[in-house]
Ligand binder design. Structure first.
Ligand SMILES: [Fe+2]
Length: 212
């Protein structure tokens, strides 16, 4: 992923619904990388508007569906301090990411070798940077493999909002030490503000939904 360049004078605080409406207003034929970068790049999300979608688990980060159609999906991920994603890619799909609450470190990896038959790979760590409310990021098609971490020293919950186009239901996970990779299905903790069957969340789910 790469940090996005933004024109500071064009940035406005908007609710998550404003962002979804803005994305829904982009015609399918024009739903390009640049069009979405324009929507995300001029948005600082109002953290309070995310409150209905925020769930947290002490055991793992949560994936919370906000909007999904044929063209894109919008999800919020809730991260307790110390939680991190696996090293993963997005199967060639576009992904944009903002962090309206807290901050997250992104670690990129360069793919040195990949053997599709043996399911082995060799990765090399590359850049690291921080995403916070005023610094969103987008997947770099040239270097799409990354991990996302809410570092323990941040000592605060974080919430990231992701736009995926098109929606996808699995991704490739990479094991750096073992040099292997495999497919994993992706599920949701909640959909449209309602916990999915079999899921649960901490009681104070919205505790950090206010302004930081
Ligand atoms: Fe990602």
């Amino acid at each position: 992923m790469r940090l996005m360049a933004r024109r500071p004078e064009a940035i406005a605080e908007r609710t998550i619904q404003d962002l979804v409406d803005g994305l829904c207003g982009v015609p399918a034929a024009s739903f390009t990388r640049d069009a979405v970068l324009d929507e995300i790049g001029r948005t600082v999300l109002d953290p309070g508007s995310l409150r209905p979608y925020l769930f947290f688990r002490r055991s793992h980060y949560t994936r919370n569906l906000i909007h999904r159609n044929d063209l894109f999906e919008v999800i919020a991920i809730g991260w307790e301090p110390g939680q991190a994603s696996a090293i993963h890619n997005h199967r060639g799909q576009e992904c944009w990411m903002g962090v309206p609450i807290g901050r997250l470190e992104v670690r990129n990896y360069r793919l040195i070798e990949k053997d599709g038959a043996a399911r082995t790979c060799r990765l090399q760590p590359s850049e690291r940077y921080v995403i916070d409310p005023r610094h969103p990021a987008a997947v770099d098609p040239a270097e799409p493999i990354h991990a996302v971490l809410n570092l323990p020293e941040y000592a605060a919950r974080a919430v990231s909002v992701h736009v995926y186009s098109r929606p996808f239901d699995s991704c490739e996970i990479y094991q750096l030490e073992q040099g292997r990779y495999y497919d994993v299905p992706l599920g949701y903790t909640s959909r449209f503000g309602v916990l999915c069957p079999g899921e649960r969340a901490e009681a104070d789910r919205a505790a950090s939904a206010g302004r930081p």
